[in-house]
Design a protein around this ligand. Structure first.
Ligand code: GLN
Ligand code: ZN
Length: 760
């Protein structure tokens, strides 16, 4: 038996983010449509070449997209919201971009479709919108055109499509409520058409992604799998059903009975007993084993995999080896990193290297390559483990010594809040902001010049101080009660902190698509973490020296730093998170010592780190809450700890949010018209809370009246003593005109409401 290899998908952004450049140039009319098309074609061609040159048996086609692969399907089946089209028939790349980005060109409301996280990754997809009695047709043939493109280059092509059930699952019903599953039978014929067209092209395998099979599914959804795949399987083309981001034991009964030809499972995120696999997975399926992580950047231990897979060669199932999921979530190529030493680079595998890993391993399994190659490949892994970057005994000891009574604050919120009120002397309904103020072009250039060594540290710091001073002056003018320094020194809330922490390394080109043309460059956690020097103290201290009002210091919390980095895999996430928490604890205590009385620890990623399956929630929530608390352990009762969260549904983790025991939480609610507040009708939130009173993601200026109304609504559910007034997130993406007008109205609305109460 000969083992084949493939990947589930390759990063689509290009080696140097060429897609981003092309998209943004097209959006700002700097290049033509044709030039955009050429840029995309070049990326695809390169990606396929990488796969073939590495020695993969198939090139994966259909993983490319102009914005998002879920949106690809919306285009394919003609599921385009009415507001995004000029006329019924129009469907082109501009339509696609209008769905993704909205448009200011038309008078009608043409706001973008919602965007949300793709499972538990940092990738965001465009949420499909469904309406009752909708019809579909095969309207966008990108998949076919790209298959033809790859075939014309002479490649063995394996197309990939997002499956119909996962697509439906990810969408949202708009307007009159109905069961979206009812649309399934109208969508399936389009998939059938696609499959048929592909079969004309003598494509042997199609990969259909159904990652929802790793979730806990309702009965009717489970049932629909059989129905769907009965319709899709016409035996003209073999279906490889791909599951990832977890295991599928709980859904095996359905899967085993599907008329499919192959099954892909994720052996990195899922817990599988490889030697038992043939006992419970349908023996007629070809198995694609996802053994190379598509979510992390570490070199794989190919020798270990070789030993695990060797006995597997004798089982009945034919098998392939593959990446665990699409490589979309890792950067393209580590070899171009010129900031990292060869020693450090040798620990990592990005997209290109992962293809190579699959190729080496399959060649050794197929006896086409000597096993010595595996030994060579993994040498750096051993070198890494024994390097002094990894182990810091002091940190390890500190973590091992954490005991439960070393986590919580000494006194209850009831006692603390009295002491804080006296010390801070704030009015009722205190006003504040979330931390950042507009990041102007000037500020960005300043940081860039400093990084490029065009200006020296002294000049840089003097300039930053001018920005901080300006922020303080503006806030005093506006009449805010709790001020912030405005974060002009920060590029990104995770990268900024990790640069001051030992245990991290940074890439220069290690970009990963977050959404559309936006990419992030996650730092890599390579060793035990500790703080090198104080991080924010000098800025907060400086800001406080300029004003009599309290200045709130800003830190990024441990769970968020962990979630937005590539973690090491030799220790648990819990351990890493606690290490970060201890480093932040040093910072918190230093801030307190330097006269700062309010410290905010942001945890916007707390909710998104939640495991996909409910049964794993408790464990995660328990250690993430502890890590948060650990940060502020040891502060005085009079020091007020804030936290901030955004982008999420909080209701289902509210009890853990309470457990954080932050003195004040500020949260995003305004986009849903404070829907969240309904929750507080029945749930008494014990500490202070500032539900955001306006949406900072929109350039619209909220009126005084609007904010007053929201405050009155909030006061129905939250007591006057508990309520804070603030925007729903940081202001870094807004300009100063918008920011001042909005905050002015916010302060005025607060003053008006306060008066009402004082009259009574
Ligand atoms: N303090 C950060 C800011 O204001 C918080 C960012 C966030 O919530 N994502 O920008
Ligand atoms: Zn936020």
């Amino acid at each position: 038996m000969s083992i084949k290899n493939h990947i589930l998908g390759f990063p689509r952004i290009g080696l140097y983010r060429e897609l981003k450049t092309a998209q943004e140039n097209y959006w700002s009319n700097k290049i033509t449509l044709n030039e955009l098309l050429i840029a995309g074609k070049k990326i695809r061609k390169k990606n396929w070449k990488i796969q073939i040159k590495s020695g993969l048996d198939y090139v994966t086609v259909g993983d490319f997209s102009w914005y998002d692969h879920v949106l690809n399907i919306s285009m394919m089946i003609n599921n385009i919201p009415k507001r995004h089209r000029f006329d019924e028939k129009e469907l082109n790349l501009d339509t696609l971009f209008r769905v993704a980005r909205g448009s200011k060109l038309t008078n009608k409301n043409c706001s973008a479709s919602e965007m949300t996280k793709w499972f538990n990754t940092n990738y965001h997809y465009i949420v499909p919108e469904f309406t009752n009695n909708q019809n579909f047709y095969f309207s966008w043939k990108q998949i076919i055109e790209e298959v033809d493109e790859a075939l014309s280059l002479g490649y063995s092509v394996k197309p990939v499509l997002l499956g119909p059930l996962t697509y439906l699952w990810l969408g949202k019903v708009k307007g009159i409520y109905f069961n979206k599953l009812d649309l399934l039978e109208k969508i399936l014929p389009i998939y059938q058409e696609v499959l048929l067209e592909l079969s004309y092209r003598k494509v042997e395998w199609i990969q259909i992604d159904e990652p929802i099979l790793v979730l806990d599914l309702p009965k009717d959804w489970k049932k629909s799998f059989k129905l769907s795949y009965n319709i899709l399987n016409q035996n003209k083309i073999k279906i490889l059903l791909a599951t990832y981001f977890g295991d599928i034991h709980h859904n095996l009964e359905i899967i085993n009975n599907l008329p499919i030809h192959g099954l892909h499972i994720d052996l990195i995120s899922g817990k599988y007993n490889l030697s038992q696999l043939h006992n419970y997975v349908n023996n007629n399926f070809l198995l694609s084993l996802g053994i190379i992580s598509g979510r992390n950047i570490w070199k794989a231990n190919l020798l270990e995999w070789f030993n695990k897979l060797k006995p597997f060669m004798n089982f009945k199932n034919t098998f392939w080896i593959s990446s665990s999921c699409s490589l979309l979530h890792v950067p393209v190529d580590v070899s171009i990193e010129d900031n990292l030493t060869d020693f450090v680079k040798s620990w990592f595998s990005f997209g290109v290297q992962k293809c190579l890993e699959l190729s080496i391993l399959s060649r050794v399994l197929n006896k086409k390559l000597d096993i010595q190659e595996l030994h060579n490949w993994i040498k750096p892994i051993y070198a890494y483990r024994s390097s002094n970057i990894v182990n810091n005994v002091v940190v390890q000891k500190r973590v091992s010594k954490i005991s439960l009574d070393q986590i919580k604050r000494k006194n209850s919120f009831f006692i603390r809040s009295k002491i804080q009120k006296k010390k801070l002397n704030l009015p009722i309904l205190p006003t504040t902001t979330i931390g950042s103020f507009p990041q102007t072009k000037e500020i960005r250039k300043l940081r860039l010049d400093y990084n490029n060594k065009i200006i020296n540290q002294l000049d840089y710091e003097r300039e930053i101080k001018i920005h901080i001073k300006n922020n303080i002056i503006q806030q005093e003018k506006l009449g805010l009660d709790v001020l912030v320094h405005g974060e002009p020194e920060r590029n990104d809330m995770v990268e900024y902190f990790s640069e001051y922490l030992e245990g991290f390394v940074f890439t220069k080109y290690g970009w990963v698509q977050s959404y559309g043309s936006r990419c992030v460059k996650p730092p890599i956690i390579v060793g035990d973490i500790s703080r090198i020097t104080p991080i924010t103290v000098k800025w907060s201290k400086f800001a406080q020296s300029l004003t009599k009002k309290p200045v709130k210091a800003m830190l990024t919390g441990p769970v968020t730093i962990l979630c937005w980095s590539f973690p090491r895999e030799d220790v648990s996430k819990e351990n890493i998170s606690k290490q970060i928490a201890l480093a932040l604890q040093d910072e918190v205590l230093d801030l307190e010592k330097s006269g700062i009385n309010i410290i905010q620890i942001d945890e916007p990623a707390l909710r998104e780190g939640l495991p996909l399956r409910k049964k794993e929630w408790n464990d995660y929530l328990s250690w993430s809450v502890k890590s948060f608390q650990l940060c502020s352990f040891g502060v005085k009762d009079s020091t007020q700890i804030h936290t901030h969260m955004c982008y999420c549904e909080f209701n289902d983790i509210m009890s853990s949010i309470v457990d954080l025991d932050a003195d004040v939480i500020t949260i995003e609610t305004s986009r849903s018209d404070m829907e969240l507040l309904e929750f507080f009708k029945t749930f008494k939130y014990p500490n202070d809370i500032g539900p955001g009173v306006y949406d900072i993601h929109s350039p619209n200026i909220p009126t005084v009246r609007w904010i007053e109304k929201l405050l009155i609504k909030a006061l129905k559910y939250i007591s006057l003593e508990q309520l804070w007034v603030n925007p729903d997130c940081g202001l870094k993406t807004r300009n100063w005109v918008e920011t001042s007008l909005a905050l002015q109205n916010m302060v005025q609305a607060t003053i008006n409401i306060r008066k009402n109460f004082l009259k009574k």
